[in-house]
Design a binder for this molecule. Structure first.
Ligand SMILES: Cc1cc2nc3c(=O)[nH]c(=O)nc-3n(C[C@H](O)[C@H](O)[C@H](O)COP(=O)(O)O)c2cc1C
Length: 172
């Protein structure tokens, strides 16, 4: 199963276009795809209470919409983090969701999880270092996942990039 976390509030922006391309490819190949538009959800930041790593036994104490994401995070083989670049990193809404992974991915990641994919949209070129550093460090490094990233900037995603994302989606 492919779990897509969409960190863009714009329904027809560049992030949405890239997500659609990945979905088309993956669904054509018969993959199950689940998507959460996290900007429309109520997910608060991690409070570092450590309940999840003590009494909670992997369960987060906060009763918000993150509770809908946790069960799928535990089943997903591929995690897609899709986001606009805001001030050289992913959106704050998606960052809150990732911080809340603390309960589910640490210290041990769920067995099915194999890879993390980033789809990043921006106004300028060459503004991806912050987001890619986090992908390489937290996801590829600590969790030992394969990673892949696609980027697009400006007013529209080039057709060539959409084609590459569709093909990648098919390969999953
Ligand atoms: C709060 C905010 C901060 C932004 N910061 C950056 C930035 O640091 N670098 C950049 O290239 N674009 C920046 N942008 C532009 C967005 O990354 C760009 O419009 C992108 O296409 C948005 O993705 P979307 O089309 O999926 O909404 C920013 C936009 C907003 C609203």
């Amino acid at each position: 199963m492919i779990l897509i976390l969409n960190g863009s509030p714009r329904p027809n922006g560049l992030t949405a276009q890239m997500i659609l391309a990945l979905r088309i490819g993956a669904e054509k190949a018969g993959q199950e795809v689940r998507q959460f538009d996290v900007c429309r959800m109520n997910v608060r930041g991690c409070t570092a209470c450590e309940y999840c790593h003590t009494k909670g036994n992997g369960r987060c104490v906060q009763a918000d919409d993150m509770q809908e994401i946790y069960p799928l995070l535990r089943q997903a083989e591929t995690l897609v983090l899709a986001s606009p670049i805001y001030y050289h990193n992913i959106s704050g809404q998606l960052k809150c969701v990732i911080d809340r992974f603390y309960a589910a991915l640490y210290p041990d990641k769920p067995e099915p999880l194999r890879r993390a994919v980033m789809l990043l949209a921006s106004g300028d070129t060459d503004v991806y270092d912050g987001a890619l550093f986090s992908l390489a460090g937290d996801f590829a490094g600590y969790l030992e996942l394969e990673t892949k990233a696609f980027t697009a900037h400006g007013d529209a995603v080039p057709e060539e990039t959409l084609r590459e994302i569709r093909e990648y989606g098919k390969s999953l």
